[in-house]
Design a protein around this ligand. Structure first.
Ligand code: ADP
Ligand code: MG
Length: 266
């Protein structure tokens, strides 16, 4: 069952830099929430504060009514929140299948040491998880490359392996940090298909941070706009695309007038 993520007046400072300022966003169960904003707006910081990488300077986060603020990243993952990173964090020497299997391990309830030694219960649990990995590889169109080393794959496929690894945790909420950045049109189409699939199946709620505004508009139920650490609006894709404040936020970092029509990439 997916859950509600409530971000309440969240603030995050790095010395004199204010990365987030009183950000309040309610992510509804089953919803795909897009987050857009110019470079440096605070998008990654928001995910880092929610997932416990950086403790917020003020405000709070709760998930399904349970406070997350002050908890470790591991214990936040255990509540059902998984994420991908803007810059891949794969184990490049391992195969695609092994990377995804690694994503399952926090669910085993014992350390990698016992898993490596192959104790009886560990071996049985491992076999069960291996069975779960195959459908995930299929969903993400990674079946053909499952036995290849992750570092040998094109960037777009590596991004998808990271997503498969996050999904292997069986999250109820998935946070994606720029999954389409630097990828091909084909990867982008696959991403749209996967996010729509997760939405339709009610498998997990999704928070999608992306520079590709057209992609965000295509798959999101609502879109939040960050600018200089502030959330300036949360609304439907249509309302956001038509809002003067959003255009101004983008124009503030780029003098070229842009239209926020789908297929545009900022
Ligand atoms: N670990 C950090 N240390 C210092 N400043 C940081 C750190 N992470 C982010 N920032 C600053 O916070 C602001 C927001 O950055 P970020 O969240 O990465 O933006 P975005 O993901 O929207 O491009 C930027 O000014 C950035 O330099
Ligand atoms: Mg970022």
């Amino acid at each position: 069952m997916t859950g509600e993520l409530v971000i309440d007046r969240l603030g995050l400072r790095f010395g004199g830099v204010v990365a987030l300022r009183e950000v309040s966003i309610r992510h509804h169960p089953d919803e795909v929430l897009g987050i857009i904003g110019p470079n440096g707006a605070g998008k990654t910081s928001l995910i880092n504060a929610v997932t416990g990488i950086y403790p917020p300077s003020s405000g709070s986060v709760s998930y399904r009514g349970t406070p997350l603020t002050g908890r470790s990243p591991e214990s936040i993952v255990a509540t059902g929140i998984a994420r991908t990173f803007q810059h891949n964090q794969l184990c490049g020497d391992l195969t695609v299948r092994e990377n995804v299997l690694l994503g399952c391990h926090p669910r085993l309830g014992y350390g990698m040491g016992k898993a490596a030694l192959g104790f009886g219960p560990a071996r049985r649990a491992e076999r069960r998880l291996r069975g779960e990995v195959e459908p995930l590889l299929e969903l993400l169109n990674l079946g053909q490359v499952a036995a290849e080393q992750a570092h040998s794959l094109p960037y777009g496929l590596q991004k998808r392996v990271e997503m498969a690894r996050a999904l292997a945790l069986r999250p109820t909420t998935l946070l994606l940090d720029e999954p389409a950045a630097g990828t091909s049109d084909e990867d982008r189409a696959a991403l749209v298909r996967i996010i729509k699939h997760l939405r339709q199946e009610g498998a997990c709620s999704v928070v999608l941070i992306e520079h590709d505004v057209g992609l965000v508009m295509e798959v999101s139920d609502r879109v939040a706009v960050l600018d200089w650490g502030e959330c300036i609006m949360v609304d439907t894709p249509e309302a956001v695309a038509a809002d003067a404040r959003v255009l101004a936020a983008y124009l503030g970092v780029d003098d070229t007038p842009r239209d926020l029509a789908p297929s545009d990439s900022i």
